[in-house]
Design a protein around this ligand. Structure first.
Ligand SMILES: Cc1ncc(COP(=O)(O)O)c(C=O)c1O
Length: 381
C-alpha cells in the first residue's frame, strides 16, 4: 500500500521544527512563512504547547462526549474571553470543512430553510455541503452538486440585495470569508459585510463567518471580520486553533437553542485537542501575539508596497497576498529552492504569507531581502 497520490509535493522531508524554522533531513534550515497552510499559529514546538499536550496525554488522551470533559468548558471560557464573544457557545469538531458543514446545518435546523448564499472564489472545504459552497467546480463531485447554493459576485452589494429580494424567505444562511484565502487574499468591504448583517436580520437568515484561515488572531483581531464592526451569528474556525493538532469549532450566538443530538462527533472536543487549543490561546494571550501579528504584518505590508514590480499587496496583519506579474511567476519556487523560505500561493500568481503570529521583524527582513533578490534576478535576466 502507498499514499493515494493527490498532492503535488515539494521534494523536501521536514524532520524537525522550532518557532518559524524547520529543518530537512539533510540538516538544512528553512524559514517557514507558510505555517503548513496557516496552521502554525504560535510557532512550531512551542514549549508551553508541548508541555500541555504531553501532560494531558500522560493523564488521559481520549474519552467520548458521553461523559463530562471539563477541559472543554475551560476552552470555551477562554475562547469566549480572547475572542470577545463571551455569550456565544462552542461546538467542537475536527477540521475547517467540518466546522462549516456544522454551521450550515445548524443554520438550516434553525430557520428550516435550504438555500445558502456563497461568493465567487470562496473556499469552504471539501465535505459535501462545504464543497458545494466552494467556488471551484473541479473539486465538486457530482454527488455534491446541489441547487441550494447560490453564488454571488464577492463585494457586489446590488447582487446581494437582488438575491434577497428574489429568494429572501428561502435563504437559510450567507457564508463568507471576510478575507478570502484560497481566493487570493481578497477582503470583503465593510459596507458589504454590514449589508449581509442587515439583510440577514431582515430575512431571519444566518450570517456565517468562515474564519478558518483568516481568523484566530492572524489579522491582529481575533476574528478578521471584527474590522467590519458587525457580528456574525456563527464563526467557524480550525487551522491555527490547534497549532497542528487537528481541531475545529463553531462559535454560536445565543440566539440558537441547543437540541440534543442535532450536532455530534466522535473525536471532536477530545482531551488532547482541547489541551492543544488551550495552550494556543494561553500563548496568544500571554505573549500578545495578536499585537505582534498586527505590527509585523503592517511592517511587511508597508515594505512590500515599496517594491514597484509587485502588482498589488493585499491583506491585513499576517495574512498577506503579493500579486506578481506572470513574468515573476517562479519567484515563489525560487524563494523555496534558492533561499529556503516556505510561502504559500494562490492562483495564478499570488504569493501568500501565512506565518506563525510570533514571527519577528528579523524574519520579515530576511524574507524581504530574498524576495527583492529573486525579483531583480528575474528582471535582469
Ligand atoms: C477559508 C477556509 N475554510 C475552510 C477550509 C477547510 O479546512 P480543512 O482543510 O481543515 O477542512 C479552508 C482550508 O484551506 C479554508 O481556507
Amino acid at each position: 500500500m502507498k499514499p493515494f497520490n493527490v498532492y503535488p509535493i515539494n521534494p523536501i522531508n521536514i524532520v524537525k521544527a522550532n518557532g518559524s524554522t524547520v529543518w530537512d533531513a539533510e540538516g538544512n534550515a528553512y524559514l517557514d512563512l507558510y505555517g503548513g497552510h496557516a496552521v502554525i499559529s504560535i510557532g512550531h514546538t512551542h514549549p508551553h504547547y508541548v508541555q500541555r499536550i504531553t501532560e494531558q496525554l500522560n493523564r488521559i488522551g481520549f474519552y467520548s462526549n458521553s461523559v463530562e470533559i471539563p477541559i472543554q468548558r475551560e476552552l470555551a471560557r477562554l475562547l469566549g474571553e480572547v475572542s470577545g464573544k463571551v455569550d456565544y457557545d462552542l461546538f467542537l469538531c475536527n477540521s475547517g470543512a467540518e466546522a462549516n458543514e456544522n454551521a450550515l446545518k445548524l443554520a438550516s435546523f434553525y430557520n428550516k430553510r435550504k438555500k445558502v448564499i456563497a461568493f465567487s472564489k470562496a473556499f469552504h472545504g471539501r465535505t459535501s455541503l462545504a464543497v458545494a459552497a466552494t467556488d471551484n467546480p473541479s473539486i465538486v463531485a457530482p454527488v455534491n452538486e446541489t441547487d441550494n447554493v447560490l453564488f454571488l459576485p464577492f463585494n457586489d452589494e446590488e447582487a446581494l440585495k437582488a438575491a434577497f429580494e428574489s429568494y429572501g424567505n428561502e435563504i437559510s444562511s450567507v457564508i463568507i470569508e471576510s478575507i478570502q484565502g484560497v481566493g487570493g487574499i481578497r477582503e470583503a468591504s465593510v459596507s458589504f459585510l454590514q449589508m449581509i448583517r442587515s439583510l440577514c436580520n431582515e430575512y431571519n437568515a444566518v450570517f456565517i463567518a468562515d474564519e478558518v484561515q483568516c481568523g484566530y488572531g492572524r489579522t491582529g483581531l481575533f476574528y478578521a471580520q471584527d474590522y467590519s464592526g458587525v457580528d456574525a451569528d456563527i464563526y467557524t474556525m480550525a487551522k491555527g486553533m490547534g497549532n497542528g493538532f487537528p481541531i475545529g469549532a463553531i462559535s454560536i450566538s445565543p440566539k440558537f437553542e441547543a437540541i440534543y443530538g442535532s450536532l455530534g462527533t466522535t473525536f471532536g472536543g477530545n482531551h488532547m485537542a482541547c489541551a492543544a487549543a488551550l495552550a494556543v490561546l494561553e500563548v496568544i494571550q500571554q505573549e500578545k501575539l495578536m499585537e505582534n501579528a498586527a505590527q509585523v504584518g503592517q511592517y511587511l505590508i508597508d515594505e512590500l508596497k515599496q517594491i514597484e514590480e509587485i502588482i498589488e499587496v493585499r491583506g491585513r496583519g499576517l495574512m498577506i497576498g503579493i500579486e506578481l506579474p506572470e513574468s515573476l511567476a517562479h519567484v515563489k519556487k525560487d524563494l523555496l529552492l534558492k533561499n529556503r523560505i516556505f510561502t504559500g500561493e494562490a492562483k495564478p500568481f499570488v504569493i501568500r504569507l501565512l506565518p506563525a503570529l510570533n514571527i519577528t521583524k528579523e524574519h520579515a527582513d530576511q524574507f524581504l531581502v530574498a524576495l527583492k533578490k529573486q525579483i531583480s534576478a528575474v528582471t535582469v535576466a
